[in-house]
Design a protein around this ligand. Structure first.
Ligand code: GRF
Length: 187
């Protein structure tokens, strides 16, 4: 059985959807008071949290994360609202085994405000993208993406809800596909 770890910084609604569908090795949060930790408790998922500011630098922080991943022999790292840029220490060990979800149709609207940026640009469609994580911001190779329309009578809130609904559908599908691929290529 392949082992999945989810990384989330805040609310954790994507984590919840994933945890309800797949057994998880653990969830990690870079904020000790993140709501995702409450969700993990309710769902009985092992949770770890520590903050960058508790370490000397980002390399030391990521070194602690890599140790956790290594200890648990994680096969797939699933970033779901993890709001930190992944740096060399994590990438050098987990690149190719780490995916992210972005609430826009990349390369359109990268960055931390994909939903608001699409909304403010006045476009008639945006989307959701799942991609491999590399050293850039939302720049890794795209695995799958789906369009999400913006209707004339939408509010930012109704558009946002439609984006999240697509995330909750797409991310588990992609994880399932990747797990099937991992199961078939090695043990
Ligand atoms: C999602 O929209 C995800 O695409 C983005 O951050 C948001 C996280 O939401 N990267 P949640 O914490 O899963 O509720």
């Amino acid at each position: 059985m392949k082992k999945i770890a989810v990384f989330a910084s805040g609310n954790g609604s994507n984590f919840q959807v994933i945890a309800e569908r797949f057994p998880l090795e653990f969830v990690f949060s870079d904020h000790r008071d993140a709501y995702v930790l409450e969700r993990a408790k309710k769902l009985g998922v092992t949770a770890y949290a520590f903050e960058l500011k508790e370490f000397e630098n980002k390399a030391a922080y990521e070194h602690a994360i890599v140790e956790l991943l290594d200890q648990h022999q994680v096969d797939l790292v699933v970033l779901a609202g993890y709001m930190k840029i992944v740096a060399d220490t994590m990438l050098s060990r987990y690149e190719g085994r780490m995916i992210n979800i972005h609430p826009a149709y990349l390369p359109e609207f990268p960055g931390a405000h994909g939903i608001e940026d699409a909304w403010n640009a006045g476009v008639t469609q945006s989307g959701v993208t799942v991609h491999w994580v590399d050293s850039g911001v939302d720049s890794g190779q795209i695995i799958r993406q789906e369009r999400v329309p913006i209707f004339a009578d939408d509010t930012l809130e109704s558009f946002e809800e439609r984006i999240h609904a697509m995330e909750y559908q797409l991310y588990p599908e992609v994880i399932e596909e990747l797990l099937m691929g991992l199961e078939s290529t090695n043990d």
